[in-house]
Write a protein of this length. Structure first.
Lengths: 600, 128
């Protein structure tokens, strides 16, 4: 199948999803109201609450949600064939991610733009917020662990990427300082930054940095482990310096890289008229993880990602100018992420190998697929770039730099965020020393994922990395499940059509525990006494979530107003007001069981 | 309709790190409030003043890093009256942190002018 045809089909399906399904959601499930006064307008302060043009906000939102995760998952998941991976990405994006991202944004906007964790407390109960924080703790632990392993593996496989990645740091700081101090336009220095980065990629290719000897001398079995430690030392330092100094200028350069990479994927496929050599359904070896349920947790970001509820409710909701813009920003952002995941599938199935036999070697078994998935994406991008005249080796280092830069930025912000979560959990538990000591909280935020990445077998063989990645996927799906539960309860209480939210919620709450049970049995059988308890804890969280969601939904169906419906913040009644509430209520009357709480 | 864009420096913009990252506001720590930074932020002051004094005008706050929005907006505005090269230069200038854009044209700097100065510049641009 020509990859260009896939791009066209997916483009049409995404357009139909946006045009019709998102339109249905906007009208019947979320009842978007152009006259609703959003928190950005109600509390407009020019700082956090800023009513923002939907195209501007889409740019912020998309660059906040697009990163390395929608690349890694699909690059591994094509192990089951490109058909299932692509189907889950497309259907998941349209019927799950779009619903989730748009719903998180809307529910937050109707609750003073507060975070999904805080809203969970108001809509479900206090326990739901504690559950949210614990899930986020494990999610951040696992994401930092797996990305450290991804970076370490790429540095070992592509030593040419070391120089550009590490020299990008002082260069980004320099550009940031120059732009700020000279008050010059950001574009030209940043473009120069991109050009210099590409020059450094060429230098890196000429002078690869291989630390195998140093790692040997220090007693490491695998040089990857030394890179993992270096990355965590770096993130500990990076998470303590202001975001404007390093993170934002580097993010700016990275955002250009993202667009360059997307352009290379599209142009390279079309110019070379690449054909997918992988099978639609792969006949996987016996003993491999089964497609159900593991496909659905291997691809989390790119099909549905709970993290998007954090971005939607934490930052984007404070800037939404009109309620109706939620479709463009929330649903559109999900489609953007899905597009990146489709690009990853095509790179790993059409670019990484030229024949079916070559591809079969790359995806011979799950361990090989997991360990080499990201490398296959890198090879695929290199092949696409090669169609445009870029030498293969240079293209490979370029693609490795893109992935590492994304993953490193995610680690920077992930460790920063984990620090807050650790402090919050410590506060709830009454551990005053930990809750008030930023350095101690940072040490915990770094030490736990580092131990996970380095634990015996941590990422050493591809199978264990694949399992770690799946555990990360389960926690990401649990976060999405919690957000969907909050949205479903809110929609049900409003008397609107909740099935578009409940179906993906039930799907996630079936697939995730199923995968956890199967993995738990495998861990016990293999004597993996670190992963088994971790899996058991996450399974416990999943059960807790199912109980809370079921109780809250049952209460909502019975007409229970919720724990904080009459609270000072408005609780489930929502914040903000409608300029034309009577007209809207009348318009919604046929589908309402009573007064719409949002309009009270 | 006139559109005013205030280009916020990076240091004030929200951090984004790709999928699986988010700001502290996102994990339920949003009850701390934000009172106190209004007076310290000239951009917020300018934004609020413009919204108050010019209620019918489209005022946007955009991060200097959002070149996806700034470049085409400024380029299209400049192309109405000028050639391609001139418009490209004008578009590049629109990514200057602190810039005040009125209909895509840079008319001043928020931190140099202050809130009242920006209001005066905007009114003068509208008249001209």
């Amino acid at each position: 199948m020509p990859a260009g045809v896939i791009i066209a089909i997916v483009g049409v399906l995404f357009w139909l999803g946006y045009r019709y399904y998102a339109g249905y959601l906007a009208k019947h499930t979320y009842a978007l109201d152009a006259n609703f006064v959003t928190p950005a307008n109600e509390f407009s302060d020019g700082i956090d609450f800023v009513p923002t043009n939907k195209h501007v906000l889409f740019g912020h939102h998309f660059t906040s949600v697009a990163g390395a995760a929608p690349i890694v998952g699909p690059a591994i998941a094509v192990f089951w064939g490109w058909g299932p991976a692509l189907a889950w990405i497309v259907l998941g994006t349209i019927f799950a991610a779009g619903v989730h991202d748009m719903g998180s944004l809307v529910v937050s906007v109707r609750h003073k733009a507060r975070s999904i964790g805080t809203i969970a407390q108001d809509i479900i109960n206090r326990r739901a917020r504690t559950l949210f924080l614990i899930i986020i703790f494990f999610l951040l632990t696992l994401v930092n662990a797996v990305f450290a392993v991804v970076i370490g593996n790429l540095f070992v496989a592509y030593p040419g990427a070391v120089i550009p990645i590490f020299l990008q740091i002082p260069f980004a700081i320099g550009i940031g300082q120059y732009i700020y101090r000279t008050r010059s336009a950001a574009l030209v220095p940043s473009l120069i930054g991109v050009v210099v980065l590409y020059f450094l990629i060429w230098v890196g290719q000429m002078v690869p940095v291989d630390i195998t000897r140093v790692a040997d001398a220090m007693g490491f079995d695998n040089p990857r482990d030394l890179w993992v430690i270096i990355m965590f030392v770096y993130t500990f330092i990076a998470s303590r310096i202001p975001v404007w100094m390093l993170l934002q200028p580097r993010d700016y350069i990275n955002s250009h890289q993202l667009f360059v990479a997307l352009a290379i994927i599209a142009a390279g496929i079309l110019v070379g008229w690449e054909t997918i050599v992988a099978p639609v359904f792969n006949d996987v070896p016996e003993g491999s993880p089964s497609i159900f349920p593991f496909l659905f947790i291997t691809i989390a970001c790119g099909a549905i990602s709970g993290f998007h509820s954090l971005v939607s409710s934490g930052t984007t909701a404070k800037q939404l100018n009109k309620d109706t813009d939620a479709k463009h920003v929330g649903y559109g952002g999900a489609l953007g992420e899905g597009s990146l995941a489709v690009g990853a599938v095509l790179a790993a199935t059409a670019g990484a190998a030229t024949t079916r036999a070559d591809w079969d070697v790359l995806y011979a078994d799950f361990a090989t697929a997991s360990g080499g998935g990201v490398g296959n994406f890198v090879s695929g991008i290199a092949a696409f770039a090669n169609n445009l005249g870029v030498p293969l080796e240079l293209g490979a280092v370029f693609a490795a730099v893109v992935v590492i830069a994304f993953a490193a930025t995610t680690m920077d912000t992930g460790v920063r965020l984990q620090r807050y979560v650790v402090q919050e959990i410590a506060e709830l538990a009454g551990w005053k020393t930990l809750s008030r000591n930023l350095t101690l909280a940072s040490v915990v935020a770094v030490a736990v994922p580092m131990a996970m990445a380095l634990l015996p077998g941590g990422g050493e063989d591809g199978y264990t990395f694949g399992v770690l990645w799946q555990l990360f996927g389960t926690t990401n799906q649990l976060t999405a499940g919690l957000a969907l539960a909050v949205i479903a309860v809110w929609v049900t209480r409003s008397g609107r059509r909740s099935w578009p939210v409940i179906i993906p919620l039930v799907f996630l709450l079936v697939m995730t525990p199923w995968a956890l049970i199967v993995n738990l049995m495998n861990f016990v059988a293999a004597g993996q006494w670190v992963l088994a308890p971790l899996d058991l804890i996450i399974f416990g969280l999943a059960m807790w979530l199912i109980v809370e969601a079921a109780l809250a939904l049952r209460g909502a169906r019975r007409g229970d107003p919720g724990p904080n419906a009459a609270g000072p913040s408005g609780g489930t009644a929502g914040a903000g007001t409608s300029r034309d509430s009577d007209a809207v209520r009348k318009a919604n009357a046929p589908m309402s069981r009573g007064d719409d709480p949002d309009r009270r | 309709m006139i559109r005013i864009v205030l280009v916020r420096p990076w240091r004030d913009a929200a951090a984004g790190g790709g999928c699986c990252s988010a700001g502290p506001d996102s994990v339920g720590l949003d009850n701390a409030g934000h009172a106190g930074h209004r007076s310290a932020d000239v951009f917020a002051e300018t934004y609020c003043l413009l919204r108050k004094e010019l209620p019918g005008v489209d005022v946007q706050m955009v991060s200097a890093s959002n070149s996806l929005f700034l470049l085409p907006t400024s380029y299209r505005a400049a192309r109405r009256d000028h050639g391609r090269l001139w418009s490209l230069r004008r578009a590049a200038l629109s990514t200057t942190a602190g810039a005040v854009l009125v209909d895509g044209e840079v008319v001043g700097d928020v931190e140099f002018l202050g809130a009242d100065g920006v209001l005066g510049k905007v009114l003068a641009s509208a008249v001209s």
